[in-house]
Design a protein around this ligand. Structure first.
Ligand code: FAD
Length: 360
């Protein structure tokens, strides 16, 4: 830890797709690495959340990982684990542009100073900054809903973030909870070694065609509206209720493992139970129930709107043009994060450093 705060124009928090595209944008806008901006990242290595995904997730099973701006992603093998290929790409990217990423540095709190700056407090000293771009994603805030009897369950409960390989569940009965892409993918692989029950709150709606641009734009617009009104952003599946039937989904449908039941009403020591008395015995409950935005360190800024989210105006917090959230709400995808990061960087140059010359 340093004796005094380091002072910069912009602190970017997080070095996933959102933080890296912001850093690239800041560089392009003429901000000086280290003295003008830094990127603080809690992980030990490059890769953002991709370094923590389960090993069977590959680029062919993801929805698509878009290139970061300025340097194409050219993996040798699309069937290699994304947990390896994406972090390797991010590592090359950081080196190629010599981005000022400092790690491991965990931000513990962001507060306002008396002189209209932000103070970014970390486990490695503090930074003061005229602006903050928060790009901390969601991976560190898995969401598990509460059900009566949950604490009495004698089997194993885990969330998507804890999932590794299906073999762990060999011969067991696994209840998979959740209606998103993770749930369908994990069901597909677990059902090959274990028996499964799938429960979702809503009836899934399948679409055969991959999300085309219009459908994608319409879904993003719904999330945009939610965050403009200060509601908690949902995932694209959450807001549209649509699931794309990718090859692994079609396979699951063919094998009958995607027969969905409505949400159970309580958890018993041995399984789950519906109000009509139906019981399913279970060894494992896998909560594929999504994530919340990892913004606990922003609590001192009191941003929470009555709707449970943060009221946004484009990429910045409403009324706070020097506080951007990239990878939040409508930009919570690799392509959305690319656009939002560069847009935030442009806005910050105009606001803080109109003197700077953009680089090519
Ligand atoms: P992250 O990659 O999570 O990066 C956040 C960074 O912030 C991390 O490095 C973390 O260490 C750091 N951080 C967090 N808290 C702090 C703190 N307090 N202090 C300092 N640093 C901190 N999107 C797609 O576009 N295509 C896909 O195929 C796709 N597949 C997905 C599959 C799964 C299973 C999941 C869960 C999501 C998927 N997504 C996909 C969404 C995806 O997560 C985002 O698109 C994108 O990778 C998120 O980037 P990010 O930079 O916002 O967050």
């Amino acid at each position: 830890p340093r004796d005094s705060d380091a002072d910069v124009d912009v602190v970017v928090i997080g070095a996933g797709q959102a933080g890296l595209s912001t850093a690239y944008g800041l560089l392009r806008q003429g901000f000086e690495p280290h003295t003008g901006f830094v990127v603080l990242d809690a992980d030990d290595a490059p890769g953002g959340a991709w370094q923590h995904r389960w090993p069977s997730l590959t680029l062919t099973t993801t929805h698509r990982v878009h290139d970061l701006p300025g340097l194409p992603f050219t993996p040798d093998d699309d069937t290699a684990p994304a947990v390896e290929s994406v972090p390797a790409y991010y590592a090359v990217y950081e080196r190629h542009f010599d981005l000022p990423v400092i790690r491991p540095v965990r931000v513990t709190g962001v507060r306002r100073t008396g002189d209209d700056r932000f103070r970014v407090e970390t486990d490695a000293g503090a930074w003061t900054a005229r602006a903050v771009v928060n790009a901390t994603g969601t991976w560190t805030r898995p969401f598990v809903p509460r059900y009566p009897g949950q604490e009495t369950f004698r089997g194993r409960q885990l969330h998507t973030v804890d999932y590794r390989v299906p073999e762990e569940f060999h011969g067991q009965h696994v209840v998979v909870v959740g209606g998103g892409a993770s749930a369908t993918q994990l069901l597909g692989e677990i059902s090959r070694v274990a028996s499964t029950t799938w429960v979702t709150r809503r009836e899934p709606v399948w679409r055969d065609d991959p999300f085309d641009e219009d459908a994608g734009r319409a879904a993003v617009a719904l999330v945009e509206e939610a965050v403009r009104e200060g509601r908690r952003p949902g995932s694209v599946v959450g807001v549209t209720g649509l699931l794309t039937s990718t090859p692994y989904v079609r396979d699951g449908l063919d094998r009958g493992v995607l027969e969905r039941r409505p949400m159970f009403d309580r958890i018993t020591p041995d399984g789950v139970e519906w109000a009509d008395g139906t019981v399913v015995r279970a060894d494992v409950i896998l909560w594929a129930t999504g994530f919340r935005a990892a913004v606990g360190h922003l609590a001192p800024l009191h941003l929470r709107a009555p709707g449970g989210g943060i009221r946004m105006d484009g990429t910045h917090v409403a009324g706070e043009p020097r506080l951007h959230l990239v990878g939040y709400g409508p930009s919570a995808s690799t392509i959305g994060a690319n656009r939002a990061g560069q847009s935030a960087a442009r806005q910050l140059r105009r606001l803080l450093r109109p003197d700077l010359a953009r680089t090519a």
